[in-house]
Design a protein around this ligand. Structure first.
Ligand code: DLL
Length: 432
């Protein structure tokens, strides 16, 4: 079947009514199936009948990543485990992952959302698409994979790893579309340029996301590779890629409001922001069965616009992301919290807890260097000892973060001490 994306043209009133009806059902479901939510509502003296529509949403409390962690692994699931057909997970701050579960219906909806994104970007059954997001617990690979397959496109499940192999196949197979992080795509472009092959490819569309990028970076990708680049957003807690994406107007990312209700709040006061004002994005899922979430704080900073887009779609649009309201870093698509580095160093026990993370973008690839203070004796002893410890720390960090890290050992008191909040991160990446 060829999937034909018809532009969403429900009126705002119709969207409002659909969301209200779905919200009501979903609150009733979580109240009866998830102890965590039942308790939260009871603490507020509420019953499901108190939520009659969208206008009552703000009566409900927020859910945070910490709530997921405290209920690790399956405590917030709303269905028996036998109905869960897949789990994914993303990194947590202290080594514990955030685990998400999907029923068969959840997977179908996810697939449909990604299919919509691809169709909106003009990808169709005639396309050959390389999915170069990581496959595995990360939602990027499998998320894009099933969406593209559902669309009828020919999927080449590259995952991440060998860029040279990716380029060879891109040329040999006549690949027309690619899905990967924007920084990785720039790296691919650079390798193609170096090999004098930039004009010997057939790419027409790129679906990029999983990390912050700018409109300028999008244009640079388009110019270098002679293709159309689109922004795809999502987070594993809510579903994975395909929660929102931009259309040919590139005037914000359309949110699939038939499945997710977006809100923008002030992260300090937790009060709602006005339309157009930058704040933290909050989502309530209204069709999820496995892991429904109420007012989930994404920590992503953006603004919302409910005006009809020039493309004709009436779905609300969120602006390009302005950053995060917590200390999470995204390096080569991997989410990293400074506290993970700290935990790994403490576990190793051979260093002081003074460290500094320096993130750089070299040849369009993000590189993480971790500087760690070690005792004076390591510097006076044989060089071998220093090398051995460097390797050991690099290995421990790679295991903890799922990312290769450059380690530099430094002498005691080299890293600047702070009187207030320790400065653990220097992010030198310039989002061009
Ligand atoms: O990154 C899902 C995804 C995969 C999205 C592939 C797009 C493409 P997580 O690993 O849970 O899920 O990380 C979610 O990544 O809260 C944002 O901070 C960031 N992020 C994702 N997409 C974008 C984007 C996937 N287009 C976190 N622009 C989110 C900016 C993004 N940041």
């Amino acid at each position: 079947m060829i999937w034909n994306e018809t532009k969403e043209c429900m009126s705002r009133d119709q969207i409002h009514n659909l969301q209200s009806a779905r919200l009501k059902k979903m609150v009733n479901r979580v109240y009866h199936n998830v102890e965590f939510y039942r308790k939260k509502m009871q603490e507020l003296g509420m019953e499901p009948g108190d939520i009659n529509g969208l206008e009552d949403l703000q009566k409900l409390s927020f859910t945070t990543k910490n709530d997921l962690r405290e209920n690790y692994p399956f405590g917030l699931f709303a269905v028996p485990q036998s109905e869960i057909v897949r789990v994914h997970a993303s990194s947590g701050t202290t080594g514990k992952a955030t685990v998400v579960g999907y029923t068969r219906r959840d997977i179908e909806i996810w697939q449909e959302c990604v299919t919509r994104v691809l169709a909106m970007a003009g990808v169709g059954a005639q396309d050959k698409i390389q999915v170069a997001y990581g496959y595995g617990l990360f939602t990027g690979g499998l998320g894009l994979h099933y969406g593209a397959e559902n669309l009828g496109a020919t999927v080449i499940p590259m995952s991440t790893g060998s860029t040279q192999k990716l380029i060879t196949m891109m040329q040999d197979f006549g690949v027309t579309a690619i899905a990967c992080t924007p920084s990785y795509l720039l790296h691919i472009a650079e390798m193609l340029e170096e090999a004098g092959q930039i004009n010997n490819i057939n790419l027409k569309v790129a679906i990029c996301g999983a990390e912050p990028w700018t409109e300028n970076m999008r244009k640079e990708i388009e110019t270098k590779l002679h293709l159309k680049a689109y922004d795809i957003y999502g987070l594993s807690e809510i579903m994975g890629p395909g929660v929102a994406a931009d259309c040919e107007c590139h005037a914000g990312l359309h949110v699939y409001e038939d499945h997710f209700i977006p809100e923008i709040i002030n992260p300090d006061t937790l009060e709602p922001c006005k339309e157009g004002e930058v704040g933290e994005l909050v989502f309530t899922t209204i069709t999820k069965e496995g892991l429904p979430l109420i007012r989930y704080r994404t920590r992503d900073l953006t603004s919302i616009n409910y005006e009809k887009c020039e493309c004709g779609r009436t779905l609300a649009r969120i602006s390009r992301f302005k950053g995060r309201s917590d200390d999470m870093l995204i390096i080569r698509g991997v989410n990293i919290f400074p506290s993970q580095v700290e935990a790994a160093l403490l576990e190793l026990g051979e260093t002081s807890p003074h460290y500094l993370m320096i993130v750089d973008r070299i040849n369009n690839l993000d590189v993480l260097e971790v500087q760690v203070e070690v005792e004076e004796r390591f510097f006076s002893d044989e060089i071998k000892q220093l090398e051995g410890l460097t390797k050991k720390i690099a290995h421990a960090l790679q295991t903890a973060l799922g990312l290769s890290v450059k380690v530099k050992l430094v002498e005691p008191r080299t890293i600047e001490r702070s009187q207030g909040k320790a400065k653990r991160v220097i992010d030198r990446r310039k989002l061009i």
